[in-house]
Design a protein around this ligand. Structure first.
Ligand code: 8X3
Length: 248
């Protein structure tokens, strides 16, 4: 089974690992991102089966223009993977910057629904699939998750809602909800602070981007009658802790 897949955010982490895996398995991959140099490099590695679209997902006009620029042999998109997204900081709500909150909402929600809206007619025509990269933060609140977790809860519920709206159209929708993962995502989250990054990952044996790539590949290659609604993953080293009680 193969086809054409558009993956947002392929300049690093999950997105890049997915682009590599799908191309290795004979798919045509459209990879998006802001950093042209990274996409160029990926194109050099992956060759003709990879098409790069350089644009900022927060910019609606740029998204429209990028999709309109697709060469004919990359237009028949079967799968949209909404992977682009970010977490900015782990500070508690009173200590965060409103501008960071808005950037997360603009990227993780507004940008995502924009590209989804633009590709839906094609995905319906092709009985395609939408895979949204949510997070365990959608399901389990934790201190410092605040707006980031809220955006990921939106994604999970948006996925389930899309399924309802597309009832009978043969389009599949999946929400993937990973826990602690080791990727550039966390370096962004810690504001580029390598020490905090190392503190978080030291000995944690976190999920790797390749793990998420193979999970999405598995979802994508299930038979057409089967929909994986949601899939939550954690490294074995991660589990839940108890309630916190503020005592008088
Ligand atoms: C982030 C998941 O476990 O790093 O989406 O908070 S975790």
């Amino acid at each position: 089974m193969s086809g054409t897949i558009l993956i947002t955010g392929t300049t690093s982490g999950f997105g890049q690992a997915m682009a590599r895996l799908f191309v290795q398995n004979g798919w045509k991959v459209i990879g998006t991102g802001r950093r042209a140099d990274r996409l160029e490099k990926l194109k050099t590695d992956l060759g003709e089966a990879f098409h790069a679209l350089v644009f900022d997902i927060m910019d609606e006009a740029a998204t429209t223009a990028a999709l309109a620029s697709l060469p004919e042999d990359f237009q028949e998109i079967d799968i949209l993977v909404n992977n682009a997204g970010l977490a900015l900081g782990t500070a508690s709500a009173p200590a965060t910057k409103l501008s960071d909150w808005k950037t997360m909402i603009d990227t993780n929600i507004t940008g995502l629904v924009t590209i989804t809206d633009q590709l839906l007619p094609k995905l319906i025509e092709r009985k395609g699939m939408v895979v949204n990269i949510s997070s365990i933060a959608a399901n389990w609140p934790y201190p410092g998750g605040n707006v980031y977790a809220g955006t990921k809860a939106f994604l999970r519920q948006f996925s389930l809602g899309l399924r309802s709206d597309l009832h009978g159209k043969g389009v599949r929708v999946t929400s993937i909800e990973p826990g602690l993962c080791e990727s550039e995502f966390t370096l962004v989250r810690t504001g580029g602070n390598q020490e905090s990054y190392d503190a978080l990952y030291g000995g944690a044996n976190a999920i790797q981007p390749e793990d998420i790539a193979s999970t999405v590949y598995w979802v994508a290659t299930q038979p057409p009658h089967l929909n994986i609604n949601s899939l939550e993953l954690m490294p074995v080293s991660q589990s839940w802790a108890g309630w916190q009680i503020a005592r008088e």
